[in-house]
Design a protein. Structure first.
Length: 438
């Protein structure tokens, strides 16, 4: 049972925090599997000014949920699906008022009870257990576990969160890990990049605890549990038997049996007067996601949740500036969504032999890959000191321009198993397999 409490405590504390709260005992279990709602609350209550400064959580807390993860443990205990619900999701609250707002506002309106009811309303799922977290508990838990592994393929810097992470892999204490999972000002607008980092942190700590055999025997499990329980508290509504059943299953899962996903988004900047910028869920994809969870099926590999279009590219063409030395190609690339400057007036009279060549500065690999995908057979060349543009030199064997497909949901929140997600994923020793790339 110590092993089980450890696994569940880990999921609770890794989101960002400190406290568990079980649901009332009269809630019946789900028909297929077990659903656990994990919420990280943005509250500065009880923190001194010095603590706020140390944790880089200055300002006024919203008393709202900063993070939400719905964890589904399959009925056969052979799979866990962790689905992140972005804090700015635009939903109708389940208090009968008809009021709509960001999903994180449910907590401020009605605490954990309304938070649970609202999640149940918008997902169609029953929540069996609720776990609530805060800032300091996360720091203490990660420190107690010996720190966390962080990684990135590019420089991540957010002065508000106190994050300054160079490319590569890093070992961080609880404070550093908190900065990593909370940073919001280093990605495209919205929280999907931050959500992916939170998922990666959960994945890596679970993987590491398994690899270090922290749950392998009663003595090790007792020590790990004692460490975690210093930074969490439980109430009487979630029994030891509940924790035992859930935690034992989590401890036995392999990385390929653990899935992470983010609710598919249709509109990433839906403006609402008095509410601000919100996220609208994709109706068909999100319904397919919740249907898979309700039916106790995997969320990875389901094309109804995450269609994979032809010629999928990693970055948005609308953010890629290119100079193109052929007028016809420039026009076609502009029609494909790229930001194009036609430099055909200064193009050489004799074209170089071969297909098109894309030249770019170091660190622009995914932009170059996106542009090259539109140019069949295109070659790529890194040019140190190159400016912010990508240059296309059209050769003698130009094969025209192909339409490319960019899907931000794929780029930042596609369903993925833990063995492909984390810093500690197989074959991924230096950088994340998914996200944090531009």
């Amino acid at each position: 049972m110590l092993r089980t409490a450890t696994a569940v405590a880990l999921l609770a504390t890794l989101v960002s925090g400190a406290a568990w709260a079980g649901l009332p005992a009269d809630r019946s279990p789900t028909i297929r599997g077990t659903n656990i709602l994990v919420a990280g609350v943005d509250s500065r209550a009880g923190l001194s000014k010095a603590e706020k400064n140390r944790l880089h959580v200055g300002g006024k807390g919203c008393n709202c949920t900063d993070v939400m993860m719905l964890v589904h443990l399959s009925e056969d205990r052979r799979r866990v699906s962790v689905v992140s619900l972005p804090r700015d999701s635009y939903v109708e609250y389940a208090d009968g008022s008809g009021v709509r707002g960001k999903i994180n506002g449910a907590y401020a309106r009605g605490g954990q009870a309304l938070t649970v009811k609202t999640v149940e309303k918008v997902t169609g799922l029953h929540v069996d257990h609720y776990l609530e977290t805060g800032f300091t508990g996360f720091e203490q838990a990660v420190n107690g576990l010996g720190g966390a592994t962080l990684c990135t393929a590019r420089h991540l810097k957010d002065e508000n969160a106190g994050l300054d992470l160079t490319p590569g892999m890093h070992h961080a204490d609880g404070n550093g890990a908190l900065r990593y999972v909370r940073a919001r000002h280093i990605e495209r607008p919205g929280d999907l990049g931050r959500v992916r980092r939170q998922q990666r942190t959960v994945s890596d700590l679970l993987t590491r605890l398994t690899a270090e055999r922290a749950l392998a025997d009663p003595a090790a499990a007792a020590q790990t549990t004692a460490t975690l329980l210093k930074s969490v508290r439980t109430d009487g509504h979630t029994s030891v038997a509940d924790l035992a059943g859930i935690g034992l299953a989590l401890a036995r899962l392999r990385p390929e049996q653990t899935e992470f996903a983010t609710v598919p988004i249709q509109h990433f900047d839906h403006r609402v007067p008095g509410v601000g910028s919100t996220l609208l869920w994709h109706p068909a994809r999100s319904q397919a996601l919740w249907k898979a969870v309700a039916e106790d099926r995997p969320v990875t590999g389901d094309r109804r949740i995450q269609p994979v279009p032809d010629n999928l590219v990693p970055n948005n063409p609308a953010g890629i500036k290119a100079r193109v030395d052929d007028a016809k190609t420039a026009t076609a690339l502009k029609a494909a969504g790229f930001v194009v400057t036609d430099t055909s007036a200064t193009a050489p009279e004799v074209r170089p032999d071969g297909p098109a060549l894309v030249r770019y500065a170091p660190g622009r690999e995914t932009d170059a890959a996106t542009l090259a995908a539109a140019l069949p057979g295109a070659r790529r060349q890194v040019v140190p000191g190159h400016d912010a543009f990508l240059d296309v030199v059209v050769g003698t064997r130009q094969g025209g321009v192909r339409k490319v497909a960019y899907d931000r949901n794929v780029a930042e929140g596609a369903p993925v198993t833990s063995d492909r997600l984390g810093c500690l994923a197989a074959g991924n020793r230096h950088a994340p397999a998914i996200a944090d790339r531009r």
